[in-house]
Write a protein that binds this ligand. Structure first.
Ligand code: NDP
Length: 471
């Protein structure tokens, strides 16, 4: 049983003022594996005070010093990649396909940001003005449970590069992962107060941080509903906000797509991270005449997805993070049938032969209309909807007929056509034929998927304010 009883403030692991404890579970077994003592509003105050005290000196560090810090952070996080893998598997239940990407990436984001910084110019001239990009001040990062240490490292890398000090409030459900990554970050030897991590409830610590007048920037990843509450809280003191929120991403299969390429990619995108991913491609748009063939292939391929204990490397779909999340997904499985959609595969209950753990049957609904709630709301589980379209224009219209706009996939064997369709999709990222990840490209959403961008130059500038001196 892990007992996590410290938070990280001013360069040290300290006892929280908060007295409340929260249990930690292994979602594959439903067993309690630990307990975490939570920070409270007074701890949030201490953390902001430390970050504020550290800001003047840290904001004037040189580019070379920050690059050096980013390289130390990369080395420290990479050195414990194995422990991060174990924690993420045990506490969250992520399958190997996701962990194999997430664990190295957590360290690599620091190197990527160091590379961005190498070629970034903090000063430029515009006519008579000398423009300087200045760090925006004390920043707060609020992160969810679905990729906890990746979000911590990604947001921290941009703050360090910009010269901003940071207070991070991770999800309390990820306390073991947070503990491991905090130990790594501590090893990198940043100056006191530059980084502070206070695990606690969102409505206690999170709201204290987002309302704090000494905080000038909030970067948040999580649900659109919480994002809305944070924007309202941050509005009182006109904080800068970056919002990475939900999604209902379309995967458009065009009629000339190579289905041998498209089908595995569509399912990998849809079932990514057991479906607990903001970028999951949950709406599969298929040409009407090919619906039968595509659905047959999707069904066969989905049934071959192994569900179960993520310690098994063959497993493609692990458990939902919590009982609450499992029940939420079950409610959508019922709702889809009530709305008139037809189960192509999957459905309610646990997968066959599984008698414990918060496992969901990988599900594909057929006959879905884009106005059904299962096609409009973020389910956050392995539940996909097949929606048919008559022609390319209708495919684009359906793809864009959503409150969200985080990511989209287009599949076609004609690169020009794929690009033409991609250009008409309202989403922060459009991926053609399953192209590989591009770490320095901006990441973030249109519409209610949020605003602001992360990674590369765009992520760095989200922590900077331009100031012009004109003479
Ligand atoms: P939330 O958006 O509620 O939580 C994300 C983070 O915000 C957590 O650290 C949470 O803390 C914190 N938080 C909650 N309320 C506040 C507040 N008022 N002020 C400041 N911080 C706050 O997501 P959930 O974890 O509850 O998941 C619910 C749904 O959100 C999922 O089913 C999914 O649809 C979506 N989601 C989307 C993600 C994405 O990547 N876009 C990631 C995770 C979830 P605490 O945990 O204590 O509530």
């Amino acid at each position: 049983m892990r007992i996590i009883d410290k938070i990280y403030i001013d360069g040290a692991f300290v006892e929280p003022h908060g007295q409340e404890w929260a249990p930690l579970f292994n979602p594959a077994t439903e067993e309690q594996i630990g307990t975490v003592r939570l920070a409270d509003a007074q701890d949030a105050e201490r953390a902001v005070t430390a970050a504020k005290r550290a800001f003047p000196a840290f904001s004037t560090t040189t580019k070379a010093e920050r690059i050096d810090m980013l390289k130390r952070l990369h080395a420290a996080v990479s050195a414990r990649a194995g422990d991060l893998v174990d924690a993420m598997r045990e506490e969250y239940g992520a399958p190997s396909t996701f962990i194999d990407f997430a664990a190295p990436r957590a360290g690599n984001v620091f190197l990527d940001m160091a590379n961005t910084l190498e070629s970034y110019d903090f000063r430029r001239h515009i006519g008579r003005a000398e423009v300087e990009m200045r760090p925006s001040g004390v920043a707060v990062a609020i992160t969810p449970w679905n990729s906890n240490y990746s979000f911590i490292c990604g947001k921290l890398s941009a703050a360090i590069a910009a010269g901003a000090t940071m207070v991070i409030k991770p999800s309390e459900m990820s306390a073991i992962q947070t503990q491991v990554v905090t130990e790594c970050l501590h090893q990198a030897g940043l100056s006191k107060g530059v980084l502070n991590i206070v695990t606690g409830y969102g409505n206690v610590v999170g709201s204290a941080l987002t309302a704090h007048r000494d905080v000038s920037k909030v970067t948040f990843t999580g649900s659109t509903a919480t994002g809305r509450a944070i924007i309202q809280s941050a509005a009182a003191t006109i904080k800068r906000v970056t919002m990475e929120l939900g999604g209902k991403s379309p995967s458009i299969i065009l009629d000339d797509a190579d289905l041998d390429v498209a089908i595995p990619q569509v399912l990998s995108a849809g079932f990514l991270n057991s479906g607990q991913a903001c970028i999951a491609g949950t709406r599969i748009l298929v040409p009407e005449p090919m619906q039968g063939e595509i659905e047959g292939r999707l069904k066969r391929a989905a049934m071959a997805f192994k569900v179960g204990d993520p310690a098994d490397r063959e497993v493609r779909i692990g458990p939902m993070v919590s009982r609450k999340q499992w029940e939420r997904v079950q409610s959508y499985l019922r709702l889809g049938q009530e709305e008139g959609a037809v189960l192509l595969t999957g459905g309610e209950g646990r997968p066959e032969g599984v008698d414990r753990g918060w496992f969901v049957r990988p599900t594909i609904f057929s006959g879905v209309r884009n106005d059904m709630r299962i096609a409009r709301e973020e389910i956050f589980g392995p539940v996909l909807s097949v929606i048919s379209y008559r022609d390319e224009d209708e495919a684009i219209r359906i793809a864009n007929d959503t409150d969200y706009g985080l990511q989209a996939h287009v599949f076609s064997s004609d690169p020009d056509r794929a690009k033409r369709v991609a250009d008409q999709i309202e989403a922060g990222r459009v991926i053609i034929n399953g192209a590989p990840h591009e770490p320095l490209a901006p990441f973030g959403g249109f519409k209610q998927s949020g605003f602001g961008r992360e990674f590369g130059v765009f992520g760095l500038e989200a922590f900077l304010e331009p100031r012009a001196v004109i003479r």
